[in-house]
Write a protein that binds this ligand. Structure first.
Ligand code: ADP
Length: 271
């Protein structure tokens, strides 16, 4: 098919026979194309705020505009917001490449998710400026810890709960649940009462820079990398991610992680 890439190698064996080898490079081509797209997207995302900052600096340098304190204050605020946007993007790019670099190193600590959810909940709740989403946590007791990387799991919760607050309606609660399912996996779900996500977008949400509504994402300060980061963290923890959404009603994102079962102490053998 058109999506297939084969490489042909022609050579001669020791006995003089011709050897033709066909190597399937489809996977490598797809990976290479993704890498090129990613660099192009990231550069574009940085270029836009940078151009805006440079434009405002130029205008402020102009004597008339620069002398008006009201104009100055307004322009400085815009420049500050644009610089913050670039900072968030650069921080997310760094996170993403760190998590990817650690892909093959299994996390090795027991992490108590109930405590971590409590921490992230108060951090996000306190950071709200205008919107007022309550974060209601329902934590089943006696949920075992997971084997994890605490900082990464914290970032995962920040991104999921942060999205629920960004895309949930104002003054509606965000529900966070923690429980152990019958298969022994630890599950965390984050539910919002927002506009929901149409089914055709769901499979693409964890792609880098994929946004359902780019204008809305940018206005809310999104980088388009939040769920890509979540996906990488979940994969590194040998977990799974599930998105259930109803347009007009809301979204529930569930993460399933393997429980940490402490090694049994060696049984004492009595004779
Ligand atoms: P962003 O920084 O744009 O929020 P994410 O990677 O976190 O990037 O999410 C990708 C896109 O998925 C968002 O732009 C948004 O369109 C959609 N999305 C994510 N979470 C939700 C949610 N809880 N409700 C509705 N849409 C969501």
């Amino acid at each position: 098919t058109l999506d297939q890439h084969w490489e042909m190698h022609v050579g001669r064996a020791a006995g003089g026979q011709r050897i033709v080898q066909l190597v399937d490079q489809t996977g490598n081509y797809a990976a290479e194309r993704m890498r090129v797209d990613f660099v192009a997207n990231a550069s574009h995302e940085l270029r836009t705020p940078l151009a805006s900052i440079l434009g405002y600096i130029e205008t402020l340098g102009d004597e008339k505009a620069g002398a008006d304190p009201e104009v100055r204050a307004r322009f400085l605020k815009i420049m500050f917001d644009e610089a913050r946007r670039m900072q968030r993007l650069v921080e997310d790019l760094i996170s993403l490449s760190r998590i990817e670099a650690e892909k093959y190193r299994l996390p090795d600590r027991a992490v108590d998710l109930a405590a971590l959810i409590g921490e992230v909940r108060s951090e996000l709740f306190d950071a709200q400026d205008v919107r007022s989403n309550d974060i209601v946590a329902t934590l089943e007791s006696a949920v075992p810890p997971v084997i994890g990387d605490r900082a990464q799991l914290s970032q995962m919760l920040h991104n999921l709960i942060g999205n629920a607050m960004k895309y949930g309606r104002a003054n509606t609660p965000v529900a966070v649940k923690l429980w152990r399912d019958p298969a022994g996996m630890v599950r965390i779900s984050v539910t919002d009462e927002g506009e929901g996500i149409a089914p055709e977008h769901v499979p693409r949400l964890t792609e880098r820079f994929y946004r359902v509504d780019p204008g809305r994402s940018r206005a809310a300060g999104g980088t388009g990398l939040g769920l890509a980061i979540v996906k990488h963290i979940v994969e590194r923890h040998r977990g799974r991610l599930d998105v259930a959404s109803i347009v007009g009603t809301g979204t529930t994102i569930t993460v399933m992680l393997p429980a940490h079962i402490p090694a049994q102490a060696d049984p004492v053998i009595k004779r």
